[in-house]
Design a protein around this ligand. Sequence first.
Ligand code: P1T
Length: 387
Amino acid sequence: MSWSPDKFGFDTRAVHAGQSPDPSTGAVITPIVLSTTFEHSSPGQHQGFDYSRCGNPTRAVYEECIANLEGARFGFANASGTVGVTTIMHLLQSGDHVVAGDDMYAGMYRLFEQIFKKNGISFSYVDLSDSKLLEAAMRPETRMVWIETPTNPLMKMVDIRELADISHAHGALLAVDNTFMSPYFQQPLALGADLVMHSSTKYINGHSDLIGGVLITDNEELAERLTFLANAVGGIQSAFDAYLCLRSLKTLGIRMRAHDSNARTLAAHLETHPAVERVMYPGLTSHPQHDLALKQMSGMGGMISIFLKGGLPAVNSMLKSVKVFTLAESLGGVESLISHPPTMTHLSLPEDVRLSLGITDNLVRLSVGIENVEDIIDDLDRALDAH
Ligand code: P1T
């Protein structure tokens, strides 16, 4: 059965793509195949799987489903988002240059600066919310452009189509970290990107009970190289975690609609709150790139960043007072999380880099869950009034 995007809607494909009842038992739900290894009837002859690092039946079903949801044919499930990016960077070699967005999850900056720079790959960090700056940053040896959109934590966006055109004109690949939007709200491959990456730890799995990553492409040559790297680098996802992600995909659409609806209501409320200096949410008309959000995203997602009046003391008293929100790193789960990027997710950034980007001490990041929106709003109102 082909669950083609031309014929079936997102929610139908999220429930069914890649899946059919198990031929040996009739089980409707994809079994978790934990076997490390698979029988050969004679050397080299087997039923499609020989060793679970190279391929695993449960992982393969999940990879087909998530690729389908991004409108593509090839998916590669990783043990974490970080090892997914590590695998992508192994497409490059010493002497190559990467242009990356300046605002991104700090773990990627650490990976690029402290691991891949040592391997002879160079990186430029550019504010790509202005596409013209990409043109200026491209060098003859630029092989890849790496972006998050919206960015973590400042919620800046880049024009994927414009950046794809510029990257391709210079012979470089465009890779997009689509973690914040999920394929439900943003499909970078349809806008010209070559490769999509997710930290599936976040919205894809959505229940904050695993660490995972996934890479997706519709480019056959790239898929062949990623197949090699998945096996050679070995950063693959376990069958059990692939099963959890496959199960979670079934509710991705309804979860994203709930995150989006709650976040829109909360962002509008926070914008009127006297303790809040500024709200960064793509769905607000006050967001400097609201028009771009409307153009390339079909929803606004569940992530909000706010700058508080009253600096660090106000932040600390808010963070201590929340009850529905939990003070914790990560995002994209059904439960609301609150975090302080300067001292948590973005602590590994050098302070001068962090401050020059605008990640100031009064920044608070909200991952808005799917609880009742009245409870979410009351919780933050109480916490903001606490000092
Ligand atoms: O944690 P891991 O699955 O390895 O994914 C790393 C990663 C990649 N890309 C984005 C946009 C991310 O936000 C992350 C991880 N981020 C957090 C843990 C966080 O709280 O922001």
